[in-house]
Design a protein around this ligand. Structure first.
Ligand code: PLP
Length: 343
């Protein structure tokens, strides 16, 4: 339950835990623009260590983290190769054009994976040709916004291809801990195949605010300057970082519960007449289905569920998505299934 409702819209709706609230209350803080906030410094160092990188940077949101990565890796007019349905292309309000001034060269992808032969084809090969833009970065998500996980082998292949052409790789790891839990690997194993990674503290990990960007010392120093340009230099923000530390130390292991609950929900939803459940798409905390002869349309279902104490999003491209998280229990999943059967 979240504020009296069952909320399946996203893992972004999660609230800070009691332990987070206590840590926030007690946090030692200072002016982070002067580098004086001990709690921020601790979070940034902790993140760097967890991902096997030299440095970390605390930022207010995942969008800012991705955009800082672009702003730092890419010069105006240079190209970024990325999947055409990724967050940077589809959900960041066109900010790559505004902030980094990047040209996005998007790759069509069926199940979220950019085919590597196309990526290689898209890399600009002739820096002497004054007509050609320069390729500056390859980026992709793990897990992606469709809840699909890229394998470590795929990450390695992208990395090897990028390095063949001397290019950096940024991974949008908003849900990297979900991906790691699904694959049963340490996040370090994944992060070794990128130059920078963005990690969300505020989704399944339940922190109220923030992401961390990790990378080399040099990269993070540049990104810190760019964060100031974006107005992202915060003062006594250790009050937020304190929750982030709890997120990174206490909340990553329990994500597999959310995945198990999503598997349970997937299974139970197959009992509901008039919907088609995409069983094979359930990897992390996301469940996908389609209305196929259901008595209500998408808007009707959203309203019916809301009237019965359940928040859901309507269909996106014809597909419904329910997301599990720390505040969704098995009993609540049962209730949701019963409600849908009753409809
Ligand atoms: C949530 C998310 C982000 C960050 O979005 P915010 O709204 O800034 O938190 C970035 N990339 C992916 C893949 C995401 O799911």
């Amino acid at each position: 339950m979240i504020n009296g409702m069952i909320d399946l819209r996203s893992d972004t709706v999660t609230l800070p835990t009691e332990e987070m609230r206590q840590a926030m209350f007690e946090a030692v803080v200072g002016d982070d623009v002067y580098g004086d906030d001990a709690t921020i410094n601790e979070l940034e160092q902790l993140a760097a260590e967890k991902f096997g990188k030299e440095a970390g940077l605390f930022v207010p949101s995942g969008v800012m983290s991705n955009q800082l990565a672009l702003f730092t890796h890419v010069q105006r007019g240079e190209e970024v190769i990325l999947p055409d349905n990724c967050h940077i292309v589809a959900h960041e309000a066109g900010s790559a054009a505004i902030i980094a001034g990047a040209q996005l060269r998007s790759v069509q992808n069926a199940a979220g994976e950019m085919p590597l032969d196309i990526v290689e084809k898209y890399i600009r090969k002739d820096p002497e040709d004054i007509h050609q833009p320069k390729t500056a970065l390859i980026t992709y998500e793990n897990a992606d916004s469709d809840g699909q996980v890229r394998s470590v082998e795929y990450m390695k292949k992208v990395w090897e291809l990028a390095k063949k052409y001397g290019l950096p790789v940024h991974v949008d790891g908003a849900r990297i801990f979900n991906a790691a839990a699904y694959l049963g690997v340490d996040v370090k194993e994944m992060a070794q195949y990128c130059d920078s990674m963005s990690v969300c503290l505020s989704k399944g990990l339940c922190a109220p605010v923030g992401s961390v960007l990790v990378g080399s010392r040099e990269f993070i120093a540049l990104a810190r300057r760019k964060r100031k340009i974006l107005g992202g230099g915060m003062r006594q923000a250790g009050i937020l970082a304190a929750a982030g530390i709890v997120a990174l130390t206490k909340m990553t292991e329990r994500l597999k519960e959310d995945h198990e609950n999503a598997a349970y929900m997937t299974e139970r939803l197959t009992e509901v007449p008039g919907i088609e459940v995409y069983k094979e798409r359930q990897q992390i905390s996301m469940v996908f289905f389609r209305l196929a002869g259901f008595p209500l349309d998408s808007d009707g279902l959203v309203k019916y569920m809301l009237d019965n104490g359940v928040r859901i999003n309507g269909e996106d491209n014809g597909i419904m998505r329910y997301v599990t998280h720390r505040y969704v229990s098995r009993e609540e999943i049962d209730k949701v299934v019963e409600l849908m059967k009753k409809a």
